[in-house]
Write a protein that binds this ligand. Structure first.
Ligand code: SME
Length: 149
């Protein structure tokens, strides 16, 4: 886990890449390093339209590149400012399905100067895989990313 955190830090600090490229590479790194991460993406708030915009991802392309605040797991986190772990997506009413193979999801808000400005979203094909380890890792990733967005 420490090695992965170090690799994330190095990517965030790599000024040879654009911020968009760094975000994409972080998504790829997380997806390829952790077996239960099947889709990894960063959404950011667009306050004027009260929507989330997908900025970078790794995994299958999704139709859900714009999500209204309040809709789905992601939209709920935009308003609640709280981590949201979903062990079983089929048990959620307010859920936006990307693919039938997705069984679980975790969304961690990304704060800059104390303000919720976006989130990292992970989909998993494994039921109930997320633990406190994932929360710690993803909170670390978001803190680092907040330095460059
Ligand atoms: N499942 C999410 C939508 C985004 S996709 O997982 C990429 C949700 O309910 O907000």
């Amino acid at each position: 886990m420490q090695a992965l955190q170090n690799a994330v830090s190095q990517l965030v600090d790599n000024e040879a890449l654009s911020v968009g490229e760094r975000l994409e590479q972080i998504c790829e790194l997380l997806r390829s390093s952790i077996t239960h991460y099947d889709w990894v993406g960063f959404y950011f708030h667009e306050d004027a339209t009260q929507t989330l915009k997908l900025r970078a991802f790794a995994g299958e392309p999704t139709d859900h590149t714009t999500i209204p605040f309040g809709k789905g797991i992601c939209g709920q986190v935009a308003l609640s400012n709280q981590n949201f772990i979903v062990p079983d997506v089929s048990a959620q009413n307010n859920y936006i399905a990307c693919s039938l193979t997705v069984k679980s999801e975790i969304v961690i808000p990304l704060f800059k100067n104390g303000k919720n400005i976006g989130q990292i979203d992970i989909d998993s094909h494994t039921p109930d895989p997320f633990t406190e380890e994932d929360v710690k890792l993803l909170e670390f990733v978001n803190q680092k990313v907040a330095e460059i967005v």
